[in-house]
Design a binder for this molecule. Structure first.
Ligand SMILES: [Zn+2]
Length: 254
């Protein structure tokens, strides 16, 4: 009953020890856990605060995982040990910190805290003041960006662009069931968008080449600057991140 690996009984003898009939057996639990853990995970995108949270592919969901669990175990486990979707879901939710959706980017702490405290009713006037100021700054930054864009349209010696690191791209992306369990190749895309000319440049690399930290982003920006036309004398770059979050001290001090 306990666990069989290549036909060898490795569990302890449980004869005479009674457990309630509706209790999920240890072997069944083990099969659920090992199935959940057989999926490759991705770390979040800039998820500093919630760093334990891992992401499964966006093409997955619990129902699909449960289907795969049934498929995988129908020949290995006795029917009595194939648990219901409700139990599978319970284990998934209670024991793991997995999410299917890779967030495009983190919101800054000010925005996250404001939303949280507003919803539970603990927002203090001080926090409200900080948030309002933050939003005012955000609106101002947007206005500045618009003004710079208009300026660049009139002045050909000025380049104004935004840059943004896209959420991790996993390769290959497929709905074939075997691919769900495979380790994917993480790829990164930093795009730089010229606001006036509407030209975009994408810098793509994979985890084999480099990470996705401030140095890599700095390299992309450097390459972009090196490839500018000779007439460009002024460059204004905007990071598309939330204004309250200064994530890249290397870039801002460069
Ligand atoms: Zn914010």
């Amino acid at each position: 009953m306990e666990n069989q690996r290549s036909g060898v009984f490795v569990g302890i003898d449980k004869r005479g020890r009674h457990t309630p009939h509706n209790k999920t057996s240890d072997a069944a639990l083990k099969a659920i856990r090992s199935h959940i853990e057989s999926f490759p995970v991705v770390d979040g995108h800039y998820t500093r605060k919630d760093s334990n949270r891992k992401y499964l592919g966006a093409e997955l969901n619990i129902s699909r995982m449960y289907q795969l669990y049934q498929e995988k175990n129908k020949d290995n486990l006795p029917d009595t040990q194939i648990v219901s979707q409700a139990i599978y879901r319970k284990i998934f939710n209670e024991e793991y910190n997995f999410s299917f959706h890779i967030p495009k980017k983190d919101q800054c702490n000010i925005c996250v805290n404001y939303q949280k405290e507003t919803s539970i009713g603990t927002l203090t006037p001080e926090k409200k003041y900080i948030y309002d100021k933050h939003i005012t700054e955000k609106i101002r930054a947007r206005q500045e960006k618009k003004a710079d864009k208009d300026h660049a349209k009139e002045n050909l010696d000025t380049m104004v662009a935004t840059f943004d690191l896209q959420a991790v791209l996993q390769i290959p992306c497929s709905l074939v069931s075997q691919i769900y369990y495979m380790r994917k190749l993480n790829s990164y895309n930093l795009s730089i968008y010229n606001l006036a000319s509407k030209h975009a440049t994408c810098y793509l690399w994979s985890e084999v080449d480099a990470k996705r930290g401030s140095c890599e982003i700095g390299t992309c920006l450097y390459l972009q600057l090196m490839s500018l036309q000779r007439n460009i004398k002024h460059v204004i770059l905007y990071s598309d991140a939330c204004a309250g979050q200064n994530r890249n001290q290397f870039i801002t001090t460069a």
